[in-house]
Design a protein around this ligand. Structure first.
Ligand code: GLY
Length: 412
C-alpha cells in the first residue's frame, strides 16, 4: 500500500513538473507575441522617418530608451526575422508568417556580402528558418548563395574562415563566435550535395578546437593567424575582460557550435568538446546560482559586474540539443530548464515595456562601453529557440528539425 502511494505521488509530482513547464512555454510565447506586436509599432515609427528607410531590424535599447535599428549588413539583422519565424512555428498563425517573410526579405541582399563572416547569423537565422518552415525554393537559393560567399573567406593554409577585415592589430582574426556560421555551410551541403561546404565547416571546427581552447576548455575570443604560413600570431580578446579571461558569450558560442557540429557530423570529438565546455561553464566558481553568467567569468569586479542573459539563453538552447546526444542528458536538460525558468521569471521585460524586447540584462561589448545590462535582440532569439526546443522535447520530437535530411551527403 505504502509503495503504491509513493508511486502515485511520484507520478503526480512528475506530471505536475511537466505540466507546469509546458504551461511555462505557452506563457512565454503569449508574452513574446504581445511584446513583438509592440516592437513592430516601434519599427514602424522609426521607419516612418525617410532617413531610416534602409534600416532592417531592431537590435537593442539604449539606456535613455532609444530603440536601435540596424541595416541588413549588421551582424544582428537576422535575429528579428528569426524570432518572427519562431512565433509562426509555435502559433502556426499566418500573421507571423507574413511578417517573417517581410522582414526576411530585407536580409536576403546579404547573400553576396563577402566582407563579413556573419553570414550564418544574418542569413541562416532569417532565411534558414524561413526555408525550414516553408520549403520555398527561393530561400534555398539564398542559403546556397550565402554559403558560396562565406566560403570565399576560407583560408586553406590556416584551415579557418576569416572573421573580420581591416583590423590593424590582426592579420587574419578568427573569433569563437564564428562557429555559429558553420551551420549555414552544413545546410548548403545538405541542399546541394556539394561536400565542399561541409569540408570547410569541418576544417574550421577542427582548427578552432585545436587553437581556441585552453586546458580547462575555456576559449580565447580571437586567434590571429599569419595568412601565408598559418602560424598563430596572437591569442587575445576583443569583447572580453582580458586576453586570458573567459568571455561569457564566447563560452556559450563554443558550446552551441560544437553541439551543432556533432549533430551535423556525428564526430564524437565534437560531442566531447561540447561536454568539456559545458563542464567549464557549469563548474565555474563565478557562475551565479541562477546560472545566468556575469559577462566575463574572470571580471575582477564580480559580484559587482553586469550579467549576460544572452549567454545564458544561448547555453540553454545548446543544452537542450546536447541532452539528446549525451549520457548526461538529465543534467543538461535540468540545467536548460532552470535557465529558461529563471529567464522567464527574473529576466523578462515587463509586458508592454522595454519597447517590445523580451529579456533584460544582456551585455554586448563591455570594453567598448556599449550595450551593457541591456535588452539585445540575440538574447531574445535564443530564448525563443530554447523554448521551442523544450517544447519539442515534451512532444518527443527531434529537438532540431533539419531540412531535406541527407546527412551522409557531406561525408563523401
Ligand atoms: N560577435 C558576436 C557577439 O557579440 O557575440
Amino acid at each position: 500500500m505504502r509503495t503504491k502511494c509513493f508511486l502515485v505521488l511520484a507520478l503526480f509530482s512528475l506530471l505536475t513538473v511537466n505540466t507546469y513547464a509546458q504551461t511555462d512555454v505557452a506563457k512565454a510565447f503569449v508574452f513574446a507575441q504581445k511584446q513583438t506586436v509592440l516592437m513592430l509599432k516601434e519599427v514602424d515609427s522609426v521607419k516612418a522617418d525617410a532617413a531610416n528607410a534602409a534600416l532592417a531590424s531592431p537590435r537593442t535599447l539604449e539606456a535613455d530608451g532609444k530603440f536601435v535599428m540596424v541595416p541588413s549588413k549588421d551582424w544582428c539583422s537576422g535575429f528579428f526575422p528569426g524570432e518572427l519565424w519562431f512565433l509562426y512555428e509555435y502559433t502556426q498563425n499566418d500573421k507571423w508568417k507574413d511578417l517573417a517573410k517581410k522582414f526576411t526579405t530585407n536580409i536576403e541582399v546579404e547573400k553576396t556580402n563577402g566582407n563579413t563572416h556573419d553570414m550564418g547569423f544574418k542569413v541562416y537565422n532569417s532565411v534558414g528558418n524561413g526555408y525550414r518552415l516553408t520549403h520555398d525554393d527561393h530561400y534555398k537559393a539564398v542559403i546556397i548563395e550565402g554559403a558560396k560567399t562565406l566560403s570565399t573567406r576560407f583560408n586553406p593554409v590556416i584551415g579557418s574562415i576569416k572573421s573580420w577585415d581591416n583590423r590593424k592589430q590582426w592579420k587574419f582574426p578568427v573569433i569563437i563566435d564564428n562557429m555559429l556560421n558553420l551551420e549555414l555551410l552544413f545546410e548548403a551541403t545538405r541542399l546541394t550535395g556539394d561536400s565542399s561546404f561541409y569540408k570547410i565547416a569541418v576544417t574550421h571546427a577542427n582548427t578552432a578546437m585545436k587553437n581556441h581552447f585552453r586546458a580547462d576548455y575555456s576559449s580565447y575570443h580571437v586567434i590571429d593567424y599569419d595568412p601565408e604560413t598559418g602560424k598563430i600570431l596572437h591569442k587575445q580578446t576583443h569583447q572580453g575582460f582580458a586576453d586570458e579571461s573567459a568571455w561569457a558569450r564566447g563560452q556559450a558560442w563554443g558550446l552551441y557550435g560544437y553541439t551543432m557540429c556533432y549533430r551535423e557530423t556525428h564526430n564524437k570529438a565534437y560531442l566531447q568538446q561540447a561536454e568539456n565546455i559545458a563542464k567549464f561553464i557549469f563548474s565555474n566558481p563565478n557562475l551565479p546560482a541562477d546560472l545566468v553568467p556575469y559577462w566575463d567569468y574572470n571580471d575582477t569586479a564580480i559580484p559587482n559586474a553586469p550579467r549576460d542573459a544572452s549567454a545564458a539563453a544561448i547555453a540553454a538552447s545548446a543544452l537542450y540539443e546536447l541532452s539528446t546526444y549525451s549520457a548526461n542528458a538529465k543534467d543538461y536538460r535540468s540545467k536548460a530548464d532552470k535557465i529558461v525558468k529563471v529567464l522567464s521569471e527574473k529576466y523578462q521585460a515587463k509586458t508592454g515595456g522595454s519597447k517590445g524586447f523580451l529579456l533584460l540584462h544582456s551585455t554586448g561589448h563591455k570594453p567598448n562601453n556599449s550595450e551593457i545590462d541591456a535588452p539585445i535582440i540575440y538574447a531574445d532569439y535564443y530564448y525563443l529557440e530554447a523554448l521551442l526546443r523544450k517544447q519539442r522535447l515534451f512532444k518527443d520530437e527531434p529537438v532540431v528539425s533539419l531540412n531535406s535530411i541527407n546527412t551522409d551527403k557531406g561525408k563523401k
